[in-house]
Ligand binder design. Sequence first.
Ligand code: AKB
Length: 340
Amino acid sequence: MSRKPSVLITGASGEMGHGLIERLAAAEPDRPVVTLDVNPLPPEVAPKVRAQIVGSILDREVLDRVNAEYEVDRVFHLAALLSTRSEFSPALAHKVNVEGTLNLLEFAQKEGESHGRPVVFFYPSSIAAYGLPDLPTKAQAGRVAEDLFNVPTTMYGANKLYCEHLGRYYARHYKQLSAGPSAAKVDFRCIRFPGLISAVTVPSGGTSDYAPEMIHAAAEGKPYACFVRPDTRIPFMAMPDAVDAIFRLVTAPREALTRTVYNIGAFAPTAGEVAAVVHEAFPGASMTTDVDEKRQGIVDSWPADVDDGAARRDWGHAPRYDFAAAFGDYLIPTIRKRYG
Ligand code: AKB
């Protein structure tokens, strides 16, 4: 039980959860962090949180318990099934990704009502919310801005795009026919992430996973067959910059934000360029290509790069790592230390 303003992180055992917990523990050590995930936190991260709940975002009783025991003023709703996984179980993906998000938005609304102030609600959307039209090359779409090509081809992308709209509804239009001042108590803030690459964790169930898989496999001395063509280009970002962006957005003054949903980018290499830099670092690595047409089709529907001008202007998005620095200063040295 804590009456201090607390943070709730769902999906905390996933890739982004690790980095976020570390950052919260360093930046705001007195603010209790409660996590909710179907998987337990790894032992090195667990001591950094006040309470760890192993349970599902679909279980409303669990959320009611958090509501009764904590005064949550920030929610980081990270739990989701990623794009490849969601194509194998679309109905389950819809349940987790959409119903789960609705439960969390309801939770935040109730928290805000109980404590008389809005709850900052961070939602990670994705480049999967885009669906490019049939163009001779996707470079022709240019660096895609937030409101263009919002026609996703995957269940995950459709879920993400719809939940962006749900968040906007809870923040701006909740119960608009009720009498009196706005009843909305959710301050919804959202980033559309590119593919993320962490030196510490390997993702699972995503379609941008080929880049992190390539480098982790090479470091471990395992052969890797990349499932997309070498000329495939999508935007990526190093995990520390992704966590930094979340922090900047949630702590930005509300009045500085001109949008609810922001693109962010850092670099946009082809799969072949990633393979070349990994090969240079690990010359013995066995890296081949074995295209999976279905997963290739998914990444081909995503933009080659995004326009993140609004994030840079409104809340100072400024990634530390470009392509060379992400590999040279962060990924390769950290991964080398990790695998020895
Ligand atoms: C995925 O590949 O599904 C995710 C994403 C781009 O959102 N990494």
